[in-house]
Design a protein around this ligand. Structure first.
Ligand code: GLN
Length: 305
C-alpha cells in the first residue's frame, strides 16, 4: 500500500503545474504551489502518509460537510432539505444567477456557497460564537484532533473580500430564504472556511464518514449512520461543484473539494482519503488532487459508483 501511494504521489504532483492557486481570497494566493500531501486512513485504523501530508491549508468548501452534518444531527433531514435542495448544479459554486431564476429561490444544494450559508442559519445555537464553537467541536471529533483551529489571516482576508458571499446572503434574505442576523451568519461561514487542516486530518474525517460515523482513530461514534450516509450521498452528487458528474464517472468516489487545494474522499466501509495540492482547475478543484483521486480509485480498486 505504502509503495502504491508513493508512486501515485510522485505521478500526481507533476500535474500541479497545469493549475492556478486561488487568488480571489488574497491570503490563499500565498499557498505553496508545489506542496503535495496524500493520506489514507482505513476503517481498521491503519494509516498511510505520503509527501507533505502535514502541510497546513484551510478547509474552505470542505467545511460545508461539517456544518451540514451538524445541521442534520441537530435539526434533522426534513428541516434541512426544506431550506436547501439536494440536486447538483451546472453553475459555479458562488453563482447567484439561478437563485433569482428559480422560485422558490432555494439554493440547489448545501455544498454551493448559497446553500452552505443557509445551512449555517439553521444551526440552533444562539449567536455567532456558539455556532462556531459547535462547528469546531464537531470538526475536531470528526478528525480526532483536538488542536484543530482557525487560520486567522485567511479568515480576515476572506471577510475583507467577501462581496460575492455578501451578495448571495443579502439576496437570499430579500426573497425570504435566509432568516437571522446576516452578518453573524456570514461571519460563521468565513470562519468555518478558514479552519486549518492537513491531508492526514482530511483522511480521518473521510474515514469517519466512510465508517458510518464511527471515527476509527478515536473509536468513538461521532455522528449517526444516517447523517453519514446522507452527507456521502450529497458529496456524490454535489461535492466537486459543477465538476461532480465528471468526477463520478472518472473516479466514482464520494468526495468534497475546497479552493485551499484539498480534496476529501470517502469510500464506504473501507477508507478515507485526504489530498492537498493548491493549484486549481477552472472549476476550483485541485488539479493534482483530481489526478491522485483517479489513480487511487483505479489502483486500489475502490470506486463505489
Ligand atoms: N471560502 C470560499 C468561498 O466562500 C469557499 C469556496 C470553495 O472552496 N469553493 O468563496
Amino acid at each position: 500500500m505504502k509503495d502504491i501511494l508513493e508512486e501515485i504521489s510522485r505521478r500526481s504532483r507533476l500535474k500541479a503545474t497545469e493549475g492556478t492557486v486561488a487568488s480571489y481570497i488574497p491570503e490563499l494566493a500565498k499557498a505553496d504551489p508545489e506542496a503535495f500531501g496524500l493520506a489514507v486512513t482505513e476503517c481498521d485504523g491503519s494509516q498511510y502518509l505520503s509527501g507533505n501530508w502535514d502541510h497546513p491549508f484551510t478547509l474552505q468548501s470542505i467545511s460545508k460537510i461539517v456544518t451540514l452534518a451538524l445541521a442534520l444531527e441537530e435539526r434533522g433531514p426534513e428541516r434541512v432539505f426544506s431550506s436547501v435542495g439536494s440536486s447538483p448544479t451546472a453553475d459555479p459554486f458562488n453563482s447567484i444567477m439561478r437563485l433569482e431564476m428559480d422560485a422558490p429561490h432555494r439554493p440547489n444544494n448545501p455544498l454551493i456557497n448559497s446553500g452552505a450559508i443557509v445551512v449555517v442559519s439553521l444551526l440552533p445555537e444562539e449567536g455567532r460564537e456558539r455556532k462556531v464553537d459547535a462547528i469546531m467541536d464537531l470538526c475536531r471529533k470528526l478528525m480526532a484532533n483536538d488542536s484543530i483551529d482557525i487560520d486567522d489571516r485567511v479568515y480576515r482576508s476572506e471577510k475583507n473580500t467577501s462581496d460575492r458571499n455578501r451578495s448571495l446572503a443579502y439576496f437570499l434574505r430579500s426573497v425570504g430564504s435566509l432568516n437571522g442576523d446576516v452578518e453573524d451568519i456570514l461571519d460563521v461561514y468565513f470562519r468555518q472556511c478558514s479552519i486549518k487542516t492537513c491531508a492526514k486530518d482530511l483522511s480521518i474525517m473521510g474515514a469517519t464518514f466512510a465508517c458510518d460515523g464511527l471515527n476509527p482513530i478515536s473509536g468513538k461514534q461521532i455522528i449517526s449512520p444516517s447523517t453519514a450516509r446522507t452527507v456521502r450521498a450529497i458529496m456524490t452528487t454535489c461535492g466537486m461543484y459543477d465538476g461532480s458528474g465528471e468526477f463520478a464517472v472518472k473516479v466514482g468516489i464520494p468526495a468534497k473539494s475546497g479552493v485551499g487545494g484539498g480534496i476529501l474522499g470517502t469510500v464506504p466501509g473501507r477508507m478515507g482519503i485526504g489530498v492537498v495540492s493548491p493549484p486549481l482547475d477552472e472549476k476550483g478543484n485541485s488539479v493534482a488532487g483530481l489526478a491522485a483521486m483517479k489513480d487511487i480509485s483505479e489502483k486500489l480498486r475502490c470506486r463505489v459508483l
